[in-house]
Write a protein that binds this ligand. Structure first.
Ligand SMILES: [Mg+2]
Length: 284
């Protein structure tokens, strides 16, 4: 899709920009300077579709979206996708409807709102998420369901979540605990860089002929999702990855490396010489 405001509008290199959040848009909840404003301006001027893609399943997507609005993104400038959106759209073949959610109450409520049965004493599946309300009783119940034949699914594979004061256990750590105790293996997950997430993003956010890119600070989730979607990828050095990362020399390397998301956007959305630039537009 392209912008249609005014005669000086140029087509950008990409129609759709998927982007990561922590380490890419913000660091520990603090947005990188000028970045939300630049995204707002680019979306308005060029009609570029921005899609925030997060693996965070500690809260429903709408709650997470509110956090991004508070960081300065305008509501019309972006959409948001988490593994919970993928689950909401999943078929019964992808994910049983009768589940025991190892999840926060808000996420459990989200699943019920989207057709999942979560109160059965004999669930067909246990769904591990980034459950920041987890306790021993819930872990025990999940293990007992798995021991009794339920299958294990998870929203995403991240082992740990970085915070300003250190790492905390993420969904992958809880999943490993369940696998270890019950000698089971996870059937599938729905986050970056899974095929389920890749197929969902293509179906939901990409039209035929549109050019897309994904921007993120991790090779094994963000850049890997770009490979899964067969689109360009940008590794930014504002978060986890470093310029000397061995992965940059491997087959899983990104299409481009930039210091920051803003640096990439300023490169891509500055049209040819003589044409108006988003850079100058955003600075006005
Ligand atoms: Mg990140």
């Amino acid at each position: 899709m392209s912008a249609s405001r005014g005669s000086d509008v140029r087509m950008p290199a990409y129609d759709v920009v998927f982007f990561d959040l922590d380490g890419t848009l913000h660091l520990s909840g603090e947005p990188f300077p000028c970045l939300p404003e630049f995204i707002n301006a680019t979306a308005e001027r060029y009609g570029t579709t921005f899609v925030a893609v997060t693996n965070n399943t500690s809260m429903p997507p709408d709650q997470y979206r509110q956090k991004l609005l508070k960081m300065g993104l305008r509501p019309e400038a972006f959409e948001l996708c988490s593994p919970l959106n993928v689950l909401a759209a999943a078929s019964a073949d992808d994910m049983p409807r009768n589940v025991f959610p190892l999840a926060t109450q808000d996420v459990a409520d989200f699943l019920v709102e989207h057709g999942y049965e979560t109160s059965s004493p004999y669930p067909a599946a246990v769904l591990a998420t980034f459950d920041v309300e987890v306790d021993y009783a819930k872990l025990s119940a999940a293990c007992q369901h798995l021991t009794n034949g339920a299958q294990l699914y998870s929203t995403h594979v991240d082992i740990r979540c970085p915070t300003a004061s250190g790492f905390i256990p993420d969904c992958g750590a809880l999943t490993h605990l369940l696998e270890s105790v019950t000698s089971t293996e996870t059937v599938r997950d729905f986050g970056k860089p899974s095929e389920q997430m890749a197929a969902y993003l293509r179906r939901k956010h990409l039209s035929a002929g549109e050019r897309a890119v994904i921007v993120g600070d991790r090779l094994y989730t963000d850049v890997a999702l770009g490979h899964a979607m067969k689109i360009d990828s940008v590794l930014v050095l504002s978060g986890e990855a470093r310029a000397d990362d061995p992965g940059l020399q491997s087959d899983s390397r990104p299409t481009f490396v930039h210091e920051s998301f803003l640096a990439f956007l300023q490169t891509v959305y500055t049209p040819d010489e003589g044409a108006p630039s988003v850079k100058s537009y955003a600075a006005v």
